[in-house]
Design a protein around this ligand. Structure first.
Ligand SMILES: Cc1cc2nc3c(=O)[nH]c(=O)nc-3n(C[C@H](O)[C@H](O)[C@H](O)COP(=O)(O)OP(=O)(O)OC[C@H]3O[C@@H](n4cnc5c(N)ncnc54)[C@H](O)[C@@H]3O)c2cc1C
Length: 404
C-alpha cells in the first residue's frame, strides 16, 4: 500500500510554503511551550492563551477546518491542502485537531452530515473560527459503553426539549460553551429508535457541572434539571440519534485517522541523552535502548494505521474496522509506553515536576496509560466492533458508517 498522501503539484508546493511561512511567523514566541497533555493547562496559563489565540488566527483563515465549505467558515480546500496544514503544524509537535481544547473537531462533522441548513449556518461558523469549547456528554452512571441505554430524557414541550438526567466522566477542567449530548427523546420507544442529539448551551438554567477528581485529571458530572433547550438544537431529527451516534462514534474511535507523529519518542531520546546515571548518559544503557526501540516500533505502527484511516475517510471509503482497530492498538500502545517510561525513568516518572517540562509529560504518560484503556469506549467494545464489522459470530456483518 502506498502510504504517501501528498501529491506535490506546483499549487500544493506553493501552499506548503505559504503555510510554513505563516506558521514561522505565528508560532514565534512559543518555542519554550510544550503542548502538554490536554488536562494539564489552566485557563490563565501562557500555553493555554497561546493555543487559543493560534486557534482563532487559524480559524480566521478557515485553516482549522480546511476542507469545510467557506459559507460555514471553512476554507473550501482540498484534502491535499488539509494534509499540508496537518503535517506542517505537526512539525511544531501540535496536532491541528487539538490546537484548542474542544471536541468541535468531532462534533462539526456530525452537524455537517446530519444538520439542517439553518443549523449549519448557526452552529458551524463559531466552531470553525475556534471560538467554542464543546464537550461531548455521553457517558451515564449506569453504563457508558452502552451508549444506546441512555437514560437522560429530553421531552418535547412546544419549541423546547425539557432535559432531565445525569452524565459522568465528561469534559475537562476548562469550562464548556456547548454540550454535545445524547438524550432519550422517546422513553417508551424501542432501543436504538428513541434517541436524539442535542447541542445544549452550557449556560442554560438547570445545568450544573461538578468536577470529578480522577487519576488522569479532572472530568465532570453534568446534571440536567428541567433544562429547557430550544428544539432547533436537535441535530439529526427526533428519535434518529442512533444514526448520528454511529457516524459520530466512528470518528471518536479513530475512524477519522490522523497524520500526527507522537512527540514522546523524540522527547524521551533527548531526555535520555542528557540525563546521566553512574557517569553515563541513560542512552548508553542497552536496556534503555531496547525499550526505546520497542516504543518507536509501536508508535510507527500506530502512525501508519492513523494515516491509513485518514486516507479512507477522505476518499469516502470507510475502512470496515479501521477505526476500532486504531483505537484498540492506541490504547495498548499507551499502556505499554507508560510501562516503558516507568522502567526507563524509575521513580522520576512518578513525580509531576512542572519545573522540568518533559518530565511532567513523562509522569502524565505513566499515570494515564491504564486510564486510556477506558476512554471513549473500552478494549472490549473495540473488539466487539471489530468482530461485528468482520461478521464474526453473527449471521450478518455490520458495515462501517460514513463520516464527513
Ligand atoms: C480519560 C477518559 C476520558 C473520558 N472522556 C469522556 C468524555 O469526554 N465524554 C464522555 O461522554 N465520556 C467520557 N469518558 C467515559 C468513557 O467513555 C466511559 O468510561 C467508557 O465508555 C466506559 O464506560 P463505563 O465507564 O460506564 O464502563 P462500562 O461500560 O460499565 O464497562 C465496564 C467494563 O465492562 C466491559 N464491557 C462493557 N460492555 C461490554 C460488552 N458489551 N461486552 C464485553 N465487555 C463489556 C468494559 O470493557 C469494561 O471493562 C471518558 C473516560 C475516560 C477514562
Amino acid at each position: 500500500m502506498d502510504f504517501s498522501l501528498q501529491r506535490d503539484t506546483p499549487e500544493i508546493s506553493a501552499f506548503r510554503k505559504e503555510v510554513r511561512d505563516w506558521l514561522a511567523e505565528n508560532m514565534r514566541g512559543s518555542e519554550h511551550l510544550r503542548w502538554s497533555g490536554i488536562w494539564s493547562t489552566r485557563e490563565n496559563d501562557e500555553e493555554y492563551k497561546f493555543r487559543r489565540q493560534l486557534a482563532t488566527k487559524l480559524g480566521k483563515r478557515g485553516w482549522l477546518f480546511p476542507t469545510y465549505p467557506v459559507k460555514y467558515g471553512g476554507a473550501g480546500l482540498s484534502l491535499d491542502h488539509q494534509f499540508v496544514l496537518e503535517t506542517e503544524i505537526d512539525r511544531y509537535g501540535l496536532p491541528l485537531g487539538s490546537v484548542f481544547y474542544t471536541l468541535a473537531r468531532l462534533v462539526a462533522p456530525a452537524v455537517l452530515k446530519f444538520g439542517t441548513e439553518e443549523q449549519k449556518m448557526e452552529l458551524l461558523p463559531p466552531m470553525m473560527r475556534g471560538e467554542l469549547a464543546v464537550w461531548q456528554v455521553l457517558t451515564e452512571p449506569q453504563g457508558g459503553s452502552d451508549v444506546a441505554n441512555c437514560q437522560t430524557k429530553a421531552i418535547r414541550d412546544g419549541d423546547y426539549y425539557v432535559v432531565n438526567g445525569q452524565k459522568v466522566m465528561v469534559g475537562h477542567h476548562l469550562p464548556p460553551d456547548f454540550l454535545w449530548t445524547i438524550v432519550c427523546t422517546n422513553p417508551a420507544g424501542k432501543r436504538h429508535e428513541n434517541l436524539g442529539w442535542l447541542y445544549i448551551p452550557a449556560n442554560l438554567p438547570g445545568v450544573t457541572i461538578q468536577h470529578m477528581q480522577l487519576m488522569m485529571g479532572i472530568k465532570n458530572a453534568v446534571f440536567f434539571d428541567n433544562v429547557r433547550v430550544p428544539a432547533k438544537y436537535l441535530v439529526g431529527g427526533e428519535n434518529n440519534g442512533w444514526k448520528v451516534a454511529n457516524s459520530y462514534l466512528e470518528l471518536e474511535h479513530g475512524g477519522g485517522g490522523s497524520v500526527a507523529e507522537n512527540p514522546l519518542f523524540k522527547r524521551l531520546i533527548e531526555h535520555c541523552q542528557k540525563t546521566e546515571f553512574d557517569g553515563e548518559s541513560l542512552m548508553e544503557d542497552q536496556d534503555v535502548r531496547d525499550e526505546i526501540a520497542d516504543l518507536l516500533i509501536d508508535l510507527d505502527v500506530q502512525r501508519l494505521m492513523g494515516l491509513r484511516n485518514f486516507w479512507h475517510r477522505y476518499v469516502r471509503d470507510p475502512h470496515p474496522y479501521g477505526g476500532a482497530q486504531f483505537i484498540y492498538y492506541q490504547r495498548m500502545v499507551r499502556l505499554r509506553n507508560s510501562e516503558r517510561v516507568q522502567r526507563i525513568l524509575g521513580y522520576d516518572a512518578l513525580v509531576p515536576d512542572g519545573s522540568v517540562h518533559e518530565v511532567a509529560d513523562f509522569e502524565y504518560t505513566v499515570r494515564s496509560g491504564p486510564g486510556w484503556l477506558h476512554g471513549g469506549g473500552t478494549l472490549d467494545t473495540d473488539r466487539l466492533i471489530i468482530a461485528r464489522r468482520l461478521g464474526l459470530g453473527r449471521p450478518s456483518q455490520e458495515t462501517a458508517p460514513t463520516t464527513v
